[in-house]
Design a protein around this ligand. Structure first.
Ligand SMILES: *[C@@H]1O[C@H](CO)[C@@H](O)[C@H](O)[C@H]1NC(C)=O
Length: 223
């Protein structure tokens, strides 16, 4: 029976659903099809690539390219103005920084230099977690987040006290979307008190604000 389903799995392009057979099936597929076997996800990627290259040919038509170029230059002007304002808003409050996608990226890059990006990654994982609707997904995500960030000796353990960790552990059974609330809030406070002020003083953020400020002035001079 095992062999039969193995053979069915290997010939079908659908993802194999037998966890115990996954690696066997992969080996079998390789034996039968060599590197020619393309998993369904891969096939989608390839189709997207083809579409892109066809679009590329279209873009080589000169008048079309010209029109697209002009449009994107206009967009760039207003986008630059928006991004200058955004950069300057990040220093107003930690909340403003976290609300901005570019702000989160810049802060993440900074945290990496301090080797403490797991705090932000945990906070982001919790944000994603709270948006989860399906009950089963909620439970599996909760366990994954707990194992990666919360339990002691976790690979990317965040800095929270023993008591919060234990309550969070208990919260895992019958996980609700609020089950990391306190742990997430504590990590946020930690980042706000500790890393955020250093981020604002960092050379890279100082450079960004200088650039943003000068873009603001040069814009005003031109108008
Ligand atoms: C445990 O879950 C409840 C909601 O079910 C939540 O209010 C509480 O903050 C959670 N505890 C921790 C430590 O996050």
């Amino acid at each position: 029976k095992r062999l039969l389903s193995l053979s069915r799995c290997a010939e079908s392009s659908a993802p194999c659903t037998h966890p115990a057979l996954l690696s066997l099936v992969a080996r079998e597929r390789k034996k039968r099809f060599g590197d020619c076997f393309i998993a369904p996800g891969r096939r989608r990627e390839r189709r997207a690539k083809e579409l892109k290259s066809r679009l590329g040919i279209l873009l080589h038509k000169p008048e079309l390219a010209h029109r697209i170029g002009a449009a994107s230059k206009l967009q760039l002007g207003s986008r630059q103005r928006d991004s200058s304002r955004e950069v300057l808003e990040w220093r107003e409050s930690f909340d403003q920084l976290l609300k901005s996608k570019n702000g989160v990226t810049a802060f993440h890059t900074f945290l990496k230099t301090e080797f403490s990006e797991e705090n932000l990654d945990f906070w982001l994982a919790c944000e994603d977690f709270k948006k989860t609707r399906s009950k089963t997904k909620l439970a599996s995500k909760a366990n994954r987040i707990f194992e990666e960030f919360v339990q002691s000796e976790a690979p990317r353990e965040v800095n929270i006290d023993h008591e919060t960790r234990e309550i969070t552990r208990k919260n895992l059974s019958g996980a609700t979307s609020a089950c990391f609330n306190e742990a997430q809030a504590k990590t946020r406070t930690l980042m706000e008190k500790d890393s955020y002020p250093r981020f604002l003083k960092s050379a890279s953020y100082q450079d960004m604000t200088k650039q943003a400020a000068s873009r603001g002035t040069s814009k005003r001079l031109h108008t």
